[in-house]
Design a protein around this ligand. Structure first.
Ligand code: XMP
Length: 500
């Protein structure tokens, strides 16, 4: 829920409250603040990063800017001799643990009635607790995969301190979601499905297929910025392995025409998102027209197409929705932002509460073949956000070729499953090179490979040098127009996975 939610406006009694992080500083005039009534409820409260600072600020502690923004790993040490009853957060988790920090502000003095529970070499107030109430604050991020025991800290809070039950299971989710989809669609309603061949849309499509069978119609839009031979490969995979009813629409001229001359990444995302919906509506109208014709000729009519399936995940939702400020929009992911205001189809998004690792687990339970479930994610706006600068057919062809070599060599080296996402990026600069006795002046390919579980944070992948050497040599020899290959060694944050 938005952190600005008023307790008077909610119609349930929370068992506990977690105040999450935020890009703001508590002293900014526009900073979001939690309703002070949360402290009167008597339920446990955990503040994470900004949430800790918010708790301290409300209780008259002080927060100050760090000399440097702190990003990266830190070793948290639990203070010996802390008040045992309020030290419950770390109970059973040992004396120290590795955690991930990402903050610009930190506590500079304790609020009255609070004590320090843990520290790091640079943060004396890495974790604090109230002396008598179940109120806790931690400076690090337990929710990211780079805090290996963060899940246990959250479990301590949710299960032990708040007394919640851990009764959510993926099997239960499947049953509930299938039931929900059947209720939404009714006995005759039909759904058009957006599939890309990626894990998300494939899992969403399979779930829809399980729920409503052939009333679900999958459509793949070839937007002209897919990977090499992707449309054909996806068609074989979805129809052969999953038996899904699929139409492939070649709309590459339309997309590339609308993208002509556009450099701005957010504009590219919006154009692709909007065009995507247009193409879907046109395709839905065609299928509807066929159904009308069938009815006239006496064949049974299945019902109206009212819904559009999208494989939206929770990180897309978090990163795209800014409600009057508190959560900064980092990128408008095309399947959430950029939708047309007059869209005629309603959205159905069965995965919008799941993270990527959960979608893979769901896919396995739905018996989707392993190579499909393990496939690296591919963004909706495709190669358009991996071509820095303007997108042309020529640029797309160069990037498709370089990317296919890169992925082929990763597979040949047996490294594909160790990497969460790998792709090539085409830079809008030219560099000098030499080929034979001639000077060349050509474009640069950047290679990106990251390891991540939920894509909210990511680390760059350390390749064996000989693999990089082979990839670089093949790309510069085989891809016309490229004379230089670089490897991106940035983590997220502060970078993002994609370059745009
Ligand atoms: P970033 O670049 O935000 O990427 O760190 C995190 C994950 O999201 C994917 N991504 C997108 N997916 N539409 C999508 O469907 C988008 O506009 C988009 N932008 C990034 C990215 O490939 C990575 O897996």
């Amino acid at each position: 829920m938005p952190c600005t939610t008023k307790i008077a406006d909610i119609n349930f009694k929370p068992k506990g409250i977690i105040l999450s992080g935020s890009p703001y500083s508590v002293y900014d005039s526009v900073s979001p603040h939690a309703d002070p009534a949360i402290y009167e409820l008597g339920v446990p409260i955990l503040g994470i990063c900004y949430g800790l600072q918010e708790i301290a600020w409300t209780h008259k502690g002080t927060v100050a800017k760090c000399d440097h923004r702190e990003y990266g790993f830190a070793q948290v040490k639990i203070n010996k001799g802390s008040n045992d009853s309020t030290n419950a957060l770390f109970e059973g988790l040992g004396d120290e643990m590795q955690v991930w920090m990402s903050h610009g502000d930190q506590l500079s003095s304790l609020p009255p009635s609070f004590h320090i529970v843990a520290h790091t070499s640079t943060a004396p107030f890495a974790a604090i607790a109230h002396d008598t109430k179940p109120i806790y604050g931690i400076q690090f991020h337990p929710e990211v995969t780079h805090s290996p025991r963060g899940r246990e800290v959250i479990a301590r809070f949710v299960l032990a301190i708040c007394g919640c039950r851990a009764d959510w299971t993926m099997e239960g989710f499947i049953g509930k979601e299938i039931k929900r989809i059947r209720e939404i669609c009714g006995p005759r309603g039909r759904v058009i499905g957006a599939v890309s061949g990626g894990v998300d849309s494939t899992v969403a499509a399979k779930l829809m297929h399980e729920a409503i069978g052939d009333r679900f119609h999958a459509i793949m839009v070839d937007n002209g910025v897919l990977r090499l031979n992707e449309a054909a490969q996806v068609k074989t995979m979805l129809t052969k392995d999953l038996g899904v009813n699929l139409t492939v629409v070649d709309a590459s001229d339309l997309f590339l025409g609308r993208l002509a001359g556009v450099e701005d990444p957010e504009q590219k995302r919006k154009i692709i998102g909007n065009t995507f919906i247009h193409v879907f509506e046109a395709e839905a109208a065609k299928i509807e027209a066929i159904a009308e014709e069938e009815e006239k000729t006496g064949t049974e009519k299945k019902g109206k197409i009212e819904w559009l399936l999208q494989g939206t995940l929770y990180p897309d939702v978090i990163e795209s929705i800014s409600f009057k400020g508190p959560s900064a929009t980092i990128k408008t992911h095309h399947n959430v932002g950029g939708l047309l205001k007059d869209m005629k189809l309603k959205l159905i998004e069965p995965l919008r509460e799941l993270f990527k690792d959960e979608v893979r687990a769901l896919g396995r339970l739905l018996t989707i073949p392993a190579p499909l479930v393990q496939r690296h994610p591919f963004p909706g706006p495709g190669l358009a956000i991996r071509i820095l600068g303007v997108v042309t057919r020529e640029q797309v062809a160069i990037l498709q070729h370089a990317d296919s070599i890169y992925i082929e060599e990763i597979r040949n080296a047996g490294l594909y499953d160790q990497i969460s996402q790998a792709f090539a990026v085409l830079l809008p600069v030219r560099a000098v090179g030499v080929m034979g006795d001639c000077r060349t002046y050509e474009q640069v390919i950047a290679l990106r490979a990251v390891q991540s579980e939920d894509f909210m944070t990511a680390d760059w992948y350390v390749f064996p040098a000989e693999v990089l050497r082979r990839i670089s040599s093949r790309i510069t020899n085989e891809v016309a127009g490229i004379n230089r290959v670089t490897y991106d060694i940035s983590s997220k944050p502060p970078a993002t996975v994609e370059w745009l």
